[in-house]
Design a protein around this ligand. Structure first.
Ligand SMILES: Nc1ncnc2c1ncn2[C@@H]1O[C@H](COP(=O)(O)OP(=O)(O)OP(=O)(O)O)[C@@H](O)[C@H]1O
Ligand SMILES: [Zn+2]
Length: 634
């Protein structure tokens, strides 16, 4: 872990020092112990006496070996003298002692300087990559590259169209404003909040807004930065991050792309960075467990893939709160556009409403980009104001790009999805004893879901009657039935619905003995506990019957599903006008709440009018059932 890190740092410097030291030592030692510095005249004498074994002549020196060591030194060095001058000097018996200049410095420089330059560059690189090498002066002190903004300057007003998320985060703001007070009144101290939503929906912006509203410093770091780090550095950085934030509490720590770091351990490919990520994640868990929220540090993190996060991160006392930051609906887009249009000079014909109508499926970031693009187009035209034409052109460009990346539905697909979802919703509202519809939406959500209908459970259920199961199947089939009635053909979007319907029908035949043909016989046993809260979920089963029975079961399942489908088509055909009206409205405003549905439908349908409490959220306990229109095409 960290100690290892410090040790490596020391080691590197030891090696450099040892290397340089050795070179100096060797140079001095050789010079003093082995080499005799002799005058040139003495060299000539020795030469004449035949005592020189060999020489190397350079521009300025003559060096070589004696045949026998002189005064214990086997080598000599002397100044080189120009041959003519040497002869004359010798004729006159002059002793020639040349000063032998030391080449020590130049030798040293020619060796050591490149090495030092090399190591210097290397360390610079390490530090660029976030390494904690520090300088020579602060060995072992990891210099985390943490981004701190003393004041983000972002307010909740700058983040539009995500009112639910803002409402949930308001509590964090209140807490950060006076942590002590909050604790004194017995409020549960927030510790970690996970912002979940598709890219570009404003998670980072929201986190900054929380800091801005509470007027506390904002420490941020991105999970993806940890990926290429050296062993130990990531963990050290996480520790530093918390240390710095604690020192300036109350504060917010924001970790973007938590999934890059918090991926379930042991799930990633076994690569070099694997261990490192694990260490970093462990350090994060240690910090999360270790800090006392009373000091007023709140950890916010963002991810668009909560499903791959390590479950350890989501446990109580860690990131135990999740805030959904969804793509905006039309009204949300209007608000976001208004925020971004404030900065542009607009022509009178530009209205946020009109632009929002053109941009279904756009995220906040897409819309910010759109306003920017339109402004650029106007600038290029050398115009004074941005016109609606600029916006139209910009929309076209951006839509083309988004469609290519498979992030937008084309208008035809949106229509199919709208009728499909309204089919579910209308059937649910027409049948007694079915959970009321909480929300219908054609805003793509999560992986593959192009639209969804959420039902709000009114009570926890443990038993279901045959009628209730039939109604449930009808609701599930409502999507496909609507498609057939309106468009006359089927799409792949109902795959999930059909799988669920088939499961129910099969269970009715083989487990609940609800088929007249096969009688009150349990043909398959569910191997899970019979107290399992959801008896309809398929579990591992055991069966024991012959081929003839298998065929009979298949035929019965089919007949049950067919009957349910015919009934659903009947129900929706009766309500065809209502289907048209509500689907059109859904296409226009993209989400319909319980209250909006109720007012659209009036008292015309619903035999058992669902309570008209408006805007009530699905209860947290008792899972809200969502019927997704899936993208999966098979
Ligand atoms: N709800 C919003 N209101 C206003 N502006 C928004 C909103 N959502 C996004 N934006 C704009 O888009 C930019 C990018 O958004 P941001 O980086 O916060 O998205 P993100 O959800 O964090 O995305 P990622 O997951 O890709 O990091 C913001 O700086 C802002 O200009
Ligand atoms: Zn469906």
């Amino acid at each position: 872990m960290d100690m290892g890190n410090r040790k490596t740092q020391f080691n590197i410097w030891y090696w450099i020092a040892a290397f340089v030291g050795l070179m100096i030592f060797q140079y001095v030692y050789t010079a003093t112990q082995h080499v005799a510095q002799i005058p040139y005249s003495q060299f000539e004498t020795l030469l004449r006496d035949g005592k020189i074994a060999d020489v190397q002549v350079s521009d300025r020196f003559i060096q070589g070996r004696f045949k026998q060591p002189q005064d214990g030194k086997p080598l000599f060095i002397t100044t080189r003298v120009e041959p003519n001058l040497a002869r004359q000097l010798q004729e006159h018996g002059v002793t020639v002692t040349g000063q032998i200049e030391s080449t020590f410095l130049s030798d040293l420089l020619s060796w050591v300087v490149p090495i030092l330059v090399f190591f210097g560059l290397w360390m610079l690189l390490m530090r660029r990559m976030g390494g904690g090498m520090g300088g020579l002066m602060q060995i072992g002190r990891s210099k985390a590259r943490v981004y701190v903004e003393a004041n983000t300057g972002v307010r909740f007003d700058d983040v539009a169209g995500v009112d639910e998320a803002k409402a949930e985060l308001q509590e964090i703001v209140d807490f950060l404003k006076s942590p002590q007070e909050y604790g004194r009144l017995g409020g549960r101290m927030p510790k970690g909040v996970l912002l979940v939503g598709p890219p570009g929906t404003g998670k980072t912006l929201l986190a900054k807004a929380v800091a801005g509203e509470a007027k506390v410093p904002f420490f941020s770091i991105s999970g993806s930065e940890f990926v290429e780090m050296f062993v130990g550095v990531g963990a050290a950085r996480v520790r530093d991050l918390f240390e710095q934030a604690r020192a300036r509490a109350p504060a917010i720590i924001f970790i973007d792309e938590l999934d890059a770091l918090g991926r379930a351990r042991g799930a990633g490919p076994m690569m070099g960075g694997h261990d490192e990520k694990e260490q970093t994640l462990n350090q994060l868990l240690v910090e999360l467990d270790g800090f006392d929220p009373k000091i007023g540090v709140v950890l916010l993190a963002a991810t668009n893939r909560p499903e791959i996060l390590d479950p350890a991160l989501l446990r109580a006392g860690r990131f135990d709160r999740q805030v959904l930051v969804d793509r905006p609906d039309k009204q949300g887009r209007v608000q976001i556009l208004q925020v971004h249009m404030k900065k542009a000079k607009l022509a009178a014909d530009v209205e946020a409403e009109k632009v929002a109508a053109l941009t279904p499926g756009f995220t906040g970031a897409d819309l910010a980009n759109l306003v920017n693009e339109a402004t650029l187009l106007a600038t290029r035209r050398k115009a004074d104001v941005v016109t609606m034409d600029d916006f139209n052109n910009a929309v076209e460009r951006i839509v083309a790009g988004l469609e290519k990346r498979n992030r937008l539905l084309n208008p035809r697909e949106r229509e199919v999805v709208a009728y499909h979802e309204m089919g579910h919703a209308l059937v649910a509202m027409a049948l007694p004893g079915v959970d009321p519809v909480h929300k219908v939406s054609i805003i793509p959500r999560g992986v593959g879901a192009l639209g969804y209908t959420i039902q709000r459970p009114t009570e926890d259920r443990f038993l279901m009657t045959r009628e209730e199961l039939e109604n449930k199947m009808a609701v599930l089939l409502g999507g496909r039935a609507a498609e057939q009635i309106v468009f006359g053909h089927l799409s792949t979007g109902a795959a999930d619905d059909l799988a669920k319907v088939t499961d129910i029908a099969r269970a009715m035949v083989t487990r609940y003995g609800m088929s007249e043909k096969l009688g009150h016989v349990a043909l398959e046993k569910d191997q899970r506990s019979f107290l399992s809260p959801n008896p309809l979920a398929g579990g591992p089963r055991e069966h024991d019957y012959g081929e003839a029975t298998a065929e009979a079961i298949d035929a019965e399942v089919r007949s049950i599903v067919d009957t349910a489908f015919a009934r659903t088509v009947g129900l929706l055909t009766e309500r065809r006008d209502l289907l048209e009206k509500t689907a059109r409205k859904l296409l226009e405003i993209e989400t319909l709440s319980e209250a909006e549905l109720a007012s659209l439908i009036g008292d015309a349908s619903a035999p058992e009018a669902s309570e008209p409490e408006s805007g009530k959220r699905p209860t947290r306990r008792g899972k809200a059932a969502a019927t997704n229109f899936s993208r999966r095409a098979e």
